[in-house]
Structures are given as structure tokens and as C-alpha cells.
Design a protein around this ligand. Structure first.
Ligand code: PMT
Length: 230
């Protein structure tokens, strides 16, 4: 008989920025390089996950063993995330998803007009990808890890996200700190999760993104094996 292998649990990770088109040549975006999300994907493979990376536009090589799906906009990332998340054991939303997109992306390049010195753009809200994943039905819902990128009151906003988006673990990074967060090789974060006794936290000091990724995935694994976090 052919050898039987148990299928590996699946991890789905979003990374990088999204690009929201204004017209065929211009977009709204942010400074996410994808480094943190790619470090998580490489680490998930090491931890034994069948790993899919849903990636916004970045200049990084795909880590060995990772299946990579390239997307541009938040709407595309949302579609792929909701297609893949129901089969996953672990979902990590590390992408810096644009909260808004242009209400109407222009079909042709926007022209500069002579009258007036201002141009008004109307933006409309993008769907919240991680909240949609966290709202999946019990049987379909992976363990959901979200990030919180804040520039102040990090723990207050992070614990609010934990509750409001119904996440299992929040990784809060202070993106105003020099040399950490967006684009850098190192990062520091506070981890927040719920226990029957209330919200617990762990302070992960500045370290290479790859080391922080290991800490996050090990922590997520310890919480899925021992959901009370005791
Ligand atoms: O890519 P790097 O240069 O390595 O930088 C890493 C990082 C700073 C981008 C990363 O560590 C990080 O903090 N990512 C989340 C950035 C972010 O958009 O945070 P937020 O606080 O706006 O969003 C909170 C959570 O909701 C995140 O998990 C985000 O992926 C998710 N989200 C947000 C909006 C939206 N429409 N859909 C979402 O799923």
C-alpha cells in the first residue's frame, strides 16, 4: 500500500501593503515592505504548516516552501483571504490594508485643471478582511492573529481591536519607534490575548523580524493547544 501521510495544517498569511487605484497610473498605498509577513510565512513553513502568503506588491523573494498569491487591492486581498481561510488552521493578518479606496477609480489618467489649487477625492471604506475571517462559523474559523499598527496608546487600541474584531491574538507594534515597524529589519511588539481571567500580555523586545515571527507563531501554537492560555 502507498505510504499515507497526514495532511499538514494550513496557514494563511497576508503581507505587504495594498494599492488602491486612483486612475490607471496612480494609487494610494503605505510603507509596508512585507518583511514582517514574509518572516511569518517562512517561520510557518518551519513550524510544519502548509503555508499560503497573500501578498500585496513588495520587492521580496518568496520564502522556500511557501505558496504565494499576489494581489494589489484590499478587495482582491479580501476575496483571496475569504476563499482560503475556511480551510486553514491559522490565519495571520500582517498586511497593512488600506482602510479606504477611491469611490470611483478614474478610467483615464486624471488631468490637472487650470482653475483652482485643490482637488477633492472621495474615498469609500474597504472591507475589514481580518474581521470577516474572525466572523467565520465555528468549524470554518481558523485561529486568528491580527496586527495593530499604532503610533500612540498602543495597548488601549490593541485590546480594543482584540474585542471589536473578535481576534484570538493581537500583535501590537508601535510604528512610531525609529528603526522598528514599517520597512525595518527589526521589530518589537506587545502580544495580547484573552484568558478566562481577562486579557494577558507579553512584551517582545526589539529583535529581528524572523525571531519575532518565531515567538508569535510559537505563542499562537501554545494558545491553540492550550486555549485557556493557562
Ligand atoms: O511590512 P513591514 O515593512 O515589515 O512592516 C510590518 C507592519 C508594520 C506593516 C506590520 O507589522 C503591521 O503592523 N501590520 C498591520 C498594519 C495595519 O494595517 O494595522 P491596522 O492597525 O490598520 O490594522 C489592524 C489589523 O486589521 C491588521 O491585522 C490588518 O491586517 C487588519 N485589517 C485592517 C484593515 C482592513 N481593511 N482589513 C484588515 O484585515
Amino acid at each position: 500500500a502507498p505510504p499515507t501521510t497526514t495532511p499538514r495544517p494550513r496557514a494563511v498569511i497576508t503581507a505587504g501593503p495594498t494599492r488602491e487605484a486612483l486612475d490607471p497610473v496612480r494609487y494610494l498605498s503605505n510603507h509596508s515592505s512585507g518583511k514582517m509577513g514574509y518572516a511569518l510565512a517562512a517561520t510557518a513553513v518551519e513550524a510544519g504548516f502548509d503555508t499560503t502568503l497573500i501578498s500585496g506588491p513588495v520587492n521580496l523573494a518568496t520564502p522556500p516552501g511557501v505558496t504565494r498569491l499576489d494581489v494589489e487591492s484590499a478587495l482582491e486581498m479580501h476575496e483571496q483571504a475569504l476563499r482560503l481561510a475556511p480551510k486553514a488552521a491559522l490565519f495571520i493578518g500582517c498586511a497593512a490594508v488600506a482602510d479606504y479606496r477611491a469611490e470611483h477609480a478614474a478610467e483615464h489618467k486624471l488631468k490637472k485643471v487650470d482653475e483652482g489649487d485643490t482637488l477633492t477625492l472621495t474615498l469609500t471604506k474597504n472591507p475589514d478582511i481580518i474581521a470577516a475571517v474572525a466572523a467565520l462559523e465555528p468549524g470554518e474559523r481558523p485561529f486568528v492573529v491580527g496586527f495593530a499598527a499604532e503610533t500612540r496608546d498602543v495597548s488601549r487600541y490593541a485590546t480594543d481591536k482584540l474585542a471589536r474584531k473578535n481576534l484570538d491574538l493581537v500583535v501590537a507594534n508601535d510604528v512610531a519607534r525609529q528603526g522598528l515597524g514599517f520597512g525595518s529589519d527589526d521589530n518589537a511588539a506587545m502580544l495580547f490575548w484573552r484568558t478566562p481571567a481577562g486579557i494577558e500580555s507579553l512584551d517582545a523586545k526589539a529583535q529581528p523580524k524572523r525571531a519575532l515571527a518565531r515567538l508569535i507563531i510559537d505563542h499562537a501554537l501554545s494558545l491553540t493547544v492550550n486555549p485557556d492560555g493557562a
